[in-house]
Design a protein around this ligand. Structure first.
Ligand SMILES: *[C@@H]1O[C@H](CO)[C@@H](O)[C@H](O)[C@H]1NC(C)=O
Ligand SMILES: *[C@@H]1O[C@H](CO)[C@@H](O)[C@H](O)[C@H]1NC(C)=O
Ligand SMILES: *[C@@H]1O[C@H](CO)[C@@H](O)[C@H](O)[C@H]1NC(C)=O
Ligand SMILES: *[C@@H]1O[C@H](CO)[C@@H](O)[C@H](O)[C@H]1NC(C)=O
Ligand SMILES: *[C@@H]1O[C@H](CO)[C@@H](O)[C@H](O)[C@H]1NC(C)=O
Length: 314
């Protein structure tokens, strides 16, 4: 009996092994700089808290002029104030959208602390929220006058779109590595909320796709195209950031040029590894060379491991 069930287990294992070989033949291995590195569930959530803190501090300061610790004291480390944060010149609808998303994210950070082994106060990254830092990440620094995300609603939404897209795609990359039912449910809840937020932001941009963004002659559609191209080049793993209007061959089912919701050939969302995320947010196309909105790099194991073990593919 015992030996029969052993044999049975062996056959199942062999089968599983073979089918993974077959699949590996069908799906080509991504280039080295785009491969997933295995990080622990806690490290992945810790990295996520850094991205969420960046966007939360940005959204709360820009919409209502307060930070995470003003809303939920002690949730994140006290530390140097965000560089360059300021209240943005937003229309009423956008201000209330951005405020709600900022407040959503405070609850999300609290949920991460209550379900994972991370504790309060969460390690806090130094963030540069200055207009120049964002112009660099969006690759709009060459515009004259300098691109200022705080000067009007449409400019602000451009930065909000890129940051939210980075968070949602990172959550897609982290999903298969997360261990534990409670942790998987947590990530699922967070990513559904963040994907809805991304939809709202792109919806607002799409409604204005033909509007020019003051003080320039460029339209929202053109500016989103420029920033998407820069994000794709710096991420160094193909096209994952898309314009609001695309060529017909890139639209859903090849039947529409409308691309308010971005996605692959089957309209599935893209994923981005921590390396891609850092290349983009540093604005340097190299995950070991900090800059952009994270001028001092990041606290935590993932960034430390990238700096020590993965420099060659950074
Ligand atoms: C933008 O302009 C194009 C070309 O004129 C037009 O087809 C499209 O409907 C406009 N889109 C929106 C959202 O106004
Ligand atoms: C953005 O790029 C796409 C694809 O190249 C192009 O079809 C579209 O017209 C561009 N949109 C604008 C507003 O330039
Ligand atoms: C950034 O924009 C400049 C033009 O201002 C362009 O020459 C450069 O290729 C862009 N860089 C990226 C990474 O897209
Ligand atoms: C859309 O066009 C591309 C080629 O541009 C093709 O590979 C793809 O199968 C087409 N998708 C559909 C749903 O027809
Ligand atoms: C990234 O930067 C590090 C440190 O400057 C360097 O050693 C490494 O070669 C760079 N990686 C790539 C892919 O450019």
């Amino acid at each position: 009996m015992a030996s029969r069930s052993w044999l049975c287990g062996f056959v199942i294992l062999l089968f599983a092994f073979q089918s993974s070989i077959v699949r590996a033949n069908v799906l080509p291995l991504p280039p080295p700089q785009c491969r997933q590195i295995l990080f622990s569930t806690t490290d992945l959530f810790q990295f996520l808290t850094l991205l969420i803190q960046l966007r939360t501090e940005f959204f709360l300061r820009a919409s209502i002029g307060v930070g995470i610790n003003d809303i939920s004291p002690g949730l994140v480390q006290a530390g140097p104030a965000a560089i360059g944060a300021t209240v943005a010149n937003l229309d009423t609808v956008t201000r209330s959208i951005i405020e709600q998303i900022g407040l959503n994210s405070v609850g999300i950070l609290r949920a991460i602390v209550s379900i994972t082994t991370l504790n309060t106060p969460l390690a806090r990254p130094l963030v540069n929220l200055g207009a120049e830092a964002f112009a660099g990440v969006l690759n709009l620094s060459a515009l004259v006058p300098p691109f200022d995300i705080y000067s009007n609603t449409l400019s602000f939404l451009m930065a909000a779109n890129t940051l939210t897209s980075i968070i949602v795609t990172f959550e897609g990359a982290m999903a298969p590595a997360v261990i534990g039912n409670a942790q998987q449910e947590l990530l699922s809840g967070i990513s559904r909320t963040n994907a809805a937020e991304l939809g709202v932001i792109r919806g607002q941009l799409f409604a204005n796709v033909n509007a020019t963004v003051p003080p320039y002659a460029l339209t929202v559609g053109e500016l989103v195209n420029i920033t998407a191209e820069a994000v794709n080049l710096r991420g160094r793993c193909g096209v994952k950031e898309e314009g609001l209007v695309v060529a017909l061959q890139l639209g859903a089912e090849n039947r529409t040029r409308v691309n308010v919701v971005a996605g692959d050939a089957n309209s599935l969302g893209y994923i981005r590894t921590p390396l891609e995320v850092l290349r983009i947010l540093f604005g340097t196309a190299n995950a070991t060379v900090p800059g952009g909105v994270f001028p001092a790099g990041l606290p935590g194991n993932i960034y430390r491991l990238i700096q020590t073990l993965y420099v060659r593919n950074a």
